[in-house]
Design a protein around this ligand. Structure first.
Ligand code: B4P
Length: 192
């Protein structure tokens, strides 16, 4: 198994790069953002709870996303590995993920952290908001709140994996293909 975390602030290109990475390395893509939006689209109780937080640019409670990931791991036992996109986003989620993977004897191999300046992040998300239909992409104050949540709660996740020497920083500005090449150059030497 090869398990990869794609990390970075909102709009840093996690979802964009994930699409290319799963095609190249045949990993199972687990995006908590996509899973939550699917729950919202199906109007499930979990989706209705999540929407309340996402519309304000806040993180969804840990127990909700951890439960969702645990279920997804159980449903995908025959895969080559997982690409975690947008998860973990808090220290508690990182610890929970480590335990879930420990039970499966397949720890995280690497965390790739995309680095993008704040002005570029806001610009990308506002642009996506023109076409995505995502309510959390259209209002600049909600976007800024998402970035603030990232600084307050999510940067701790990188600190968690730094202690195990698993974090690699990747410049997340440039063309999508340039960034993909930078990411691939980090994965290729260690991919099993
Ligand atoms: P997510 O769905 O994870 O999405 P995201 O942070 O908005 O962005 P992502 O980084 O994937 O977007 P991308 O850059 O690809 O989260 C949404 C919400 O869900 C969170 O705010 C939270 O409420 C909730 N949530 C999700 N996971 C959670 C968790 N674990 N715990 C708690 N809550 C959770 O794309 C952005 C735009 O940039 C696109 O339009 C793209 O085309 C463009 N772009 C990408 N690369 C580019 C490049 N190189 N140059 C120019 N534009 C580029």
């Amino acid at each position: 198994m090869f398990n990869l975390i794609l990390f970075g602030p909102p709009g840093s290109g996690k979802g964009t790069q994930s699409e290319k990475l799963i095609a190249k390395y045949s990993l199972k893509h687990l995006s908590t953002g996509d899973l939550l939006r699917s729950q919202i689209a199906h109007q499930t109780p979990l989706g209705l709870e999540a929407k309340h937080f996402m519309d304000k640019g806040q993180l969804v409670p840990d127990e909700v996303v951890i439960g969702m990931i645990s279920t997804a791991l159980d449903q995908n036992t025959e895969v080559k590995g997982f690409l975690f996109d947008g998860f973990p986003r808090t220290a508690a989620q990182a610890e929970a993920l480590d335990k879930l993977l420990e039970m499966r004897q397949s720890p995280i191999n690497i965390m790739l952290a995309l680095e993008v300046g704040e002005e570029e992040l806001v610009g990308r998300l506002m642009k996506r908001g023109q076409t995505s239909g995502r309510s959390d992409d259209t209002d600049e104050s909600i976007i800024k709140n998402r970035i603030a949540e990232y600084h307050q709660k999510t940067t701790a996740v990188a600190d968690h994996y730094k202690q195990f020497d698993k974090v690699v920083l990747v410049k997340g500005e440039g063309t999508i293909d340039e960034i993909f090449d930078r990411i691939s150059n980090e994965i290729d030497p260690i991919f099993q």
